[in-house]
Design a protein around this ligand. Structure first.
Ligand SMILES: [Zn+2]
Length: 341
C-alpha cells in the first residue's frame, strides 16, 4: 500500500478511536499508540529511509501533517473530556436556591426541670437558699447520720443501689442536710433539689431514678406550725388557692413527729379518681420536725435549736401540675409528649 493510503487509513482509525474515548486514560493509551515512541507513526517514519531519495521530503511532510493532526485531535478530545467532567461535578454540587430551608427544631425546657425551677423559685422567695451534694454517697451520710436504726429495711440491697459496701447512690436528698449542717452553724434555711435512686419497680407512679426537692429549716423556736405554713404557702403558689395540703402521721427515722404530705388531686379536683385511688389526694412527700438525734449528731445545741424538714417528689408535682397520670411519659423521650409543654 502506498504511503498516502496508509496515512489516510491511520488517520481515519485514529480519529474514530480518539473521538470515541470517554475517559482520560483511554485517550492517553491512544496517544501512546499513535504518537508515542513505538507508535504506528514512528514505524512509518522509520520506513522513510528505504524510499527513493526524491520521495523522502514529501513522505516526511505527509507524516508530520498526520502527526500534527493527531496531536490536535488528542488535545481537543482531552479538553472536551475535562470540560465534561467539570460540568458533571458542578451539576452534582448544584444547589436549588428555591428550595425552602430546613427549619431547625427549637428545643425547650423539659417539663420536669421547668417544674423544679418553679418550685425552687417559690422557696427562694420564702428566704431559702439552694444547697447541693453528691449523688454518690457514703453509708454514714445516707443512713447513720439520719438516725436510721441499724437494720432499717431502706438500707437493704433490695431498696438501695450499692456501689460498694460503704458507697451507694443516694436514695434521698436528705443526705445533703447532714453535709450542710456539718459545715454551717444555725440558722439554716436550705432547699436541696436533686436526683435520687431507688431499686423500685417502675410503674405509673414510681421510677428507679427520680428527682426530689428537700427543705430544711433550723433555728430557735421552729415548730410544726411553721412547717405546715411553709408547705401550704408553697402548694397554693404552685396550684392555686383551691389546693389543699393534707398531713397524716407517718414515720421517718430523721424526723419526729413525721407527716406524709398529700395535695388535692388535680386530675379529679379532689373528687376521687383512679390515679388518687378515690381519695381525692395524691401523696407528694414526707415531712416532720427534725429529730433531735440528727441535730445532736452534727453538733447543734438541741436545747436551743429545733427545725423542720420536708422532701417532695418533683415527678409527682409535675404530674399534678400537668394532670398526667403516668410519670414514665416524662422519661420516654417521646417528642409528641414533650412538645406539648
Ligand atoms: Zn384524683
Amino acid at each position: 500500500m502506498e504511503l498516502e493510503d496508509r496515512v489516510k487509513q491511520i488517520q481515519q482509525e485514529a480519529q474514530e478511536a480518539i473521538l470515541a474515548a470517554t475517559d482520560l486514560q483511554t485517550l492517553e493509551d491512544l496517544r501512546v499508540k499513535y504518537l508515542g515512541r513505538n507508535s504506528i507513526l514512528r514505524q512509518e517514519y522509520s520506513r522513510i529511509g528505504s524510499l527513493p531519495e526524491e520521495d523522502r521530503p514529501l513522505a516526511g511532510q505527509v507524516l508530520s501533517k498526520l502527526s500534527n493532526a493527531l496531536q490536535k485531535l488528542c488535545e481537543g478530545r482531552k479538553s472536551a473530556l475535562l470540560q465534561q467532567a467539570e460540568q458533571q461535578k458542578l451539576q452534582a454540587q448544584a444547589l436549588d436556591v428555591t428550595l425552602p430551608g430546613r427549619i431547625p427544631r427549637a428545643g425547650h425546657q423539659h417539663p420536669l426541670l421547668a417544674t423544679l425551677d418553679e418550685m425552687v423559685e417559690i422557696f427562694l422567695g420564702l428566704g431559702f437558699i439552694v444547697a447541693e451534694g453528691p449523688e454518690v454517697e457514703d453509708y454514714y451520710h445516707s443512713f447513720e447520720a439520719l438516725n436510721y436504726p441499724e437494720y432499717h429495711p431502706a438500707m437493704d440491697e433490695q431498696d438501695t443501689f450499692y456501689v460498694s459496701d460503704d458507697v451507694l447512690l443516694r436514695s434521698q436528698t436528705s443526705t445533703v442536710q447532714i453535709r450542710y449542717m456539718e459545715t454551717h452553724e444555725p440558722p439554716v434555711q436550705i432547699i436541696v433539689p436533686g436526683r435520687c435512686y431507688r431499686r423500685d419497680t417502675v410503674d405509673a407512679t414510681h421510677g428507679h431514678t427520680f428527682n426530689q426537692l428537700e427543705g430544711l429549716l433550723v433555728d430557735e423556736g421552729v415548730t410544726f406550725a411553721d412547717l405546715k405554713g411553709t408547705l401550704e404557702i408553697f402548694a397554693r403558689e404552685v396550684f392555686g388557692d383551691r389546693c389543699h395540703v393534707r398531713f397524716r402521721p407517718d414515720f421517718f427515722p430523721f424526723t419526729e413527729p413525721s407527716a406524709e404530705i398529700a395535695l388535692t388531686c388535680t386530675l379529679c379536683d379532689g373528687q376521687g379518681c383512679r390515679v388518687c385511688s378515690g381519695t381525692g389526694y395524691l401523696e407528694v412527700g414526707g415531712s416532720g420536725q427534725v429529730d433531735p438525734n440528727v441535730l445532736a449528731g452534727v453538733g447543734y445545741d438541741t436545747e436551743k435549736y429545733t427545725g423542720f424538714a420536708f422532701g417532695v417528689g418533683i415527678e409527682r408535682f409535675a404530674m399534678l401540675r400537668h394532670s398526667i397520670a403516668d410519670l414514665r411519659l416524662f422519661y420516654s423521650g417521646d417528642m409528641r409528649f414533650l412538645e406539648q409543654f
